[in-house]
Write a protein that binds this ligand. Structure first.
Ligand SMILES: Nc1ncnc2c1ncn2[C@@H]1O[C@H](COP(=O)(O)OP(=O)(O)O)[C@@H](O)[C@H]1O
Ligand SMILES: [Mg+2]
Length: 371
């Protein structure tokens, strides 16, 4: 989306957009950022929902997410009218089940698929499923029109952007040639499948058990006719993600490895014509500036508290060294996402596990406090 106007602040994004997706590698603060942005959205008077993925236990408790319900729960707070805050914790399996229910031609077809062993195993394990289901849930919430703003957290893996490949992935999986052959009516099947393939399948059945092969055959048979629906749905999800109502925010930590991951994410998004509209750098070390010369003067060295003072000066120098290194790491990333604004959040002296903590991070995100 190169024709999209680049917002100048995160505040504008949460005031004006409908969807904000927080992405980045594991542990950098995506869940925290998504929660904090949602709190700010509600505070600014928007009906907001945050879709979280595996939040830390204490934060989940604070947001009333003690169980996986896959439906948003409401969080009371001091929001400006008509602001509301809702939160849900993604349940990949239930989301996939709902999707099957939606595209099955009949309730019987849905039941067949949902009770199939193979389906039950792949629903959670197929590569990219969690990533895709996060986007599917987002699409569903957006479609319902209950919220002005939906903030989405993404899974903590390098594959978090796998949903961008979802249509291809689903189709490739459902088009698997061997299984295509298996679900054909028996006579056609006998004509087409060579002796070698039949022998192969018999061997497969021997190794993995004939139940497994039967499950697979049933599974693909049950999916017959649903690929088109899946493919179209996946395409709609992708379209929604590249519409101007959607903004992608990249969260990064100022460490060398995390910056490399963030560069990877940024280029992956750019390949899919999706712009990073803001960069959040989380957990920056504080800067205290150069050590004042009076502290390193001969007088200081001769002072009664010279030893502890020298230790403190040493600490200060170390911190300044870390902060400088962080700034160096950040340069390439800032360049790559330009003209996206860079928002800084300092390393706090405590974990962020409740609404207060999220509110504190939110103040940095909105520029009410300098990080
Ligand atoms: N600015 C910060 N200062 C201190 N702790 C933070 C900060 N941001 C996040 N945390 C803590 O770091 C941990 C990881 O953050 P989280 O948002 O869960 O990361 P992610 O979702 O990217 O894996 C959490 O325990 C969170 O409370
Ligand atoms: Mg997380």
């Amino acid at each position: 989306m190169t024709d999209r106007e680049t917002a100048t602040t995160l505040r504008e994004l949460i005031e004006e957009r409908t969807i904000v997706v927080c992405c980045g590698s594991g542990g950098v603060g995506k869940t925290t950022a998504a929660g904090a942005l949602a709190v700010e959205g509600a505070r600014l008077g928007r009906r907001t929902c945050v879709v979280t993925i595996d939040p830390a236990k204490r934060l989940a408790d604070a947001l009333g997410l003690e169980s996986l319900t896959n439906e948003p729960g409401r969080i009371e707070g001091d929001w400006e009218e008509p602001g509301e805050l809702w939160a849900l914790m993604l349940d990949t399996k239930t989301t996939f089940d709902d999707l099957v229910g939606r595209y099955a031609a009949t309730p019987e077809q849905a039941t067949l698929i949902l009770s199939n062993h193979l389906y039950r195993n792949i629903a959670g394990a197929l590569s990219g499923t969690q990533e895709y289901m996060a986007m599917e849930k987002l699409f569903e919430l957006h479609d319902e029109g209950r919220f002005d703003l939906i903030v989405v957290d993404t899974p903590p893996t390098r594959n978090a952007l796998d949903f961008l490949d979802a249509p291809r992935r689903l189709t490739r999986f459902l088009d698997n040639r061997i299984f295509r052959l298996l679900v054909m009516p028996t006579r056609t099947y006998m004509r087409m499948v060579g002796v070698a393939t039949q022998a192969f399948l018999r061997t497969v059945a021997k190794v993995v058990g004939s139940d497994v092969v039967k499950d697979a055959v049933d599974f693909f048979a049950a999916f017959e006719g649903m690929e088109q629906g899946f493919r179209e749905r996946a395409q709609k999800v992708l379209d929604l993600l590249s519409e101007p109502v959607t903004a992608f925010v990249l969260v990064a930590a100022p460490r060398r490895d995390a910056i490399e991951e963030a560069l990877f994410f940024a280029s992956r998004l750019q390949e899919s014509d999706i712009e990073v509209e803001a960069l959040i750098v989380n957990r920056l070390h504080p800067r205290f500036g150069q050590v004042p010369s009076v502290l390193t003067s001969p007088e200081a060295a001769a002072a009664p508290a010279a030893a502890p003072l020298a230790a403190l000066v040493g600490n200060l120098r170390d911190l300044e060294g870390i902060a400088e290194r962080e700034e160096r790491y950040l340069k390439s990333l800032t360049r790559q996402v330009a003209p996206a604004p860079v928002v800084r959040v300092p390393l706090l002296d405590h974990d962020v596990h409740d609404l207060n903590g999220l509110g504190q991070v939110g103040r940095y995100l909105l520029g009410l406090e300098e990080g």
